[in-house]
Design a protein around this ligand. Structure first.
Ligand SMILES: [Zn+2]
Length: 223
């Protein structure tokens, strides 16, 4: 018992920095282990120099680059970060088609085209990603795009939600691969299945909790 509670407390002391990057201010998460110094970066959309400043301060070693979905504001800086850290890029394979449209996506929002992004590994529901002793389960949550995923740190009660769930809103479904039916299914069956006290880090904007969204998100409350 004593051991278990110590481990739980330790797991809560996870390094977690959130840096809004790029013109659309995508919430990029840097997750690290204070002891082993191993880290993962989720959604390095842009501003890789600012990201590196955070990574270098406690000298973290980036082991994985996880992309919640293949929209340019989330994936645009991934190749640069891979080149600088050697860490593999992980994305759900259902978004590979979107990745081939990055130049078009760049034109839509007036960003420089990032060139080809290479994926090292596809991840889907049940796969585990790690930053040292902190591990997260991948949840495939299609709807905003076919390959959208959330990254769930159960011990740390934290969900990196990409553009599936926002504080008071949900991801848009009018872009290629989007589906209102699928995003609502993902939210009701997968995301809202998580405990109310789970902190949600959306792809953009302020943090929230599962309980708060269950209670008051106009897209999710039962009428
Ligand atoms: Zn998006």
């Amino acid at each position: 018992m004593g051991k278990l509670s110590l481990a739980t407390q330790y797991n809560r002391a996870m390094i977690h920095e959130i840096l809004p990057v790029g013109p659309l201010q995508c919430n990029c998460s840097i997750i690290g282990d204070e002891v082993s110094r191993e880290a993962m970066v989720i959604d390095p959309g842009d501003d890789i120099e600012d990201l590196l400043a955070i990574i270098r301060k406690p000298t973290l070693q980036v082991k994985q680059i996880v992309i919640t979905h293949a929209h340019i504001d989330h994936v645009g800086g991934a190749m640069k970060l891979r080149g600088l850290t050697g860490a593999p890029i992980l994305l759900n394979q259902n978004d590979y088609a979107l990745l081939k449209m990055l130049d078009l996506q760049a034109a839509w929002i007036g960003m420089a085209a990032p060139g080809t992004v290479e994926i090292d590994q596809s991840v889907t529901t049940g796969d585990i990603v790690k930053a040292g002793s902190h591990s997260a389960t991948i949840l495939h949550t299609p709807g905003h795009s076919e390959g959208s995923i959330c990254v769930y740190f159960s011990a740390e009660k934290t969900l990196i939600a990409g553009d599936t769930l926002f504080a008071g809103s949900i991801g848009r479904t009018d872009l290629p691969g989007g589906s209102m039916e699928k995003i609502l299914h993902s939210l009701h069956t997968t995301v809202l299945a998580l405990p109310d006290d789970t902190v949600v880090v959306p792809g953009h904007g302020s943090l929230t909790t599962i309980g708060e969204e269950r209670e008051s998100n106009p897209f999710l409350v039962k009428h």
